[in-house]
Design a protein around this ligand. Structure first.
Ligand code: SF4
Ligand code: SF4
Length: 312
């Protein structure tokens, strides 16, 4: 049996029919900005036999980014990702713990030296030699330096790994920074708090399809997802142009779906594809549900985009 059929068979055994699988591939294709004619190639890429090895490390963070991927409303995407990628180490989902987990990481880094894709979640505490963030007796700083050094590519998942995140917000007591700043490695930044799972999958699919990581903006974010402002795609934009603003949550303007700029929306400052891709199986997105964008995919947004409920 061909590997592709094997993967589809595994998916089917988990209750995923081929139609759902193709629907998901269609979504990934559109997120990447590719023509619909590429859908079969995307489907082929995610079921290819040659699977890239992934080491997924978690530093100072809340694990929300892993959860966003693993608890997506496509409940089988985690299975798909686990079938598509050869995940050699992931603290949240792997079976070993304690010393066995340490050994797994060491063995994976040795075995796949220079060949693994490193996915990182979380910022890196730097103060006092990094002692405020440790795993298995080693500082996150040392773990990150060693892991990025031998990685084929480093992809940061979420604003903490990309730019330091909430622990780097003022007064930043542990002097937390991004993975790139801590290690000097070049990173692809899938920003967001958490990032949309589809952007993580699409970045991996881009690599599988074209053998390289996607082009990025100056903040390291893939252009296919972060090339435009939230404001550019917002369905409330005509109200912004007409100066029709929500003044208070629950007022008449809110009921009419007017612009949220005056209750703090940072859409005009924020690069992301939330308005196009939506969350929860395409159900809705924060601004669609009446909450202002707080700029979660921008560097240092906890400081630079606050206060969240005041106009820019
Ligand atoms: S709600 Fe936000 S993103 Fe939408 S038009 Fe108003 S300011 Fe722009
Ligand atoms: S709408 Fe804004 S705050 Fe909300 S997820 Fe998108 S970028 Fe982040």
């Amino acid at each position: 049996m061909e590997h592709k059929d094997e993967v589809l068979e595994i998916m089917e055994s988990k209750g995923v029919n081929r139609r759902d699988f193709i629907k998901y591939c269609t979504l990934v294709t559109s997120v990447l900005g590719l023509a619909p004619t590429m859908i079969p190639r995307v489907a082929q890429a995610v079921t290819a036999k040659e699977r890239p090895t992934v080491i997924w490390l978690q530093f100072a963070e809340c694990t929300g980014c892993s959860e966003a991927l693993l608890r997506t409303t496509y409940p089988w995407v985690d299975d798909l990702v686990l079938e598509v990628l050869n995940i050699a180490y992931h603290e949240t989902i792997m079976a070993p713990s304690g010393e066995a987990a340490e050994k797994s990481l060491h063995d994976a880094m040795e075995k796949y030296k220079g060949k693994y894709i490193l996915l990182c979640e979380g910022g890196i505490p730097m103060k006092d030699g990094g002692i405020y963030g440790k795993v298995g007796g080693k500082t996150m700083l040392d773990i990150a330096k060693a892991a990025t050094k031998d990685a084929l590519a480093t992809v940061c998942i979420g604003t903490c790994a990309c730019y330091g995140g909430v622990q780097a917000a003022k007064p930043n007591p542990t002097q937390a920074v991004s993975v790139a700043k801590a290690t000097g490695a070049k990173t692809i930044n899938i920003a967001g708090c958490p990032p949309n799972a589809i952007n993580i999958v699409a970045t991996v699919v881009h690599y599988l399809l074209l053998g390289k990581l996607p082009a990025t903006d100056k903040e390291g974010r893939p252009l296919f997802a972060y090339g435009k402002l939230i404001h550019d795609d917002c369905p409330r934009r005509s109200h912004y142009e007409n100066k029709e603003y929500v003044k208070k949550f629950g007022d008449e303007g809110a009921k009419k779906g007017w612009c949220l700029a005056e209750v703090g929306c940072k859409g005009p400052n924020t690069h992301n594809n939330c308005a196009r891709v939506l969350f929860n199986d395409g159900t809705n997105w924060p601004v669609g549900a009446g909450h202002p964008c707080i700029g979660c995919s921008e560097p240092d947004f906890w400081d630079t985009q606050a206060p969240f409920y005041e106009a820019i």
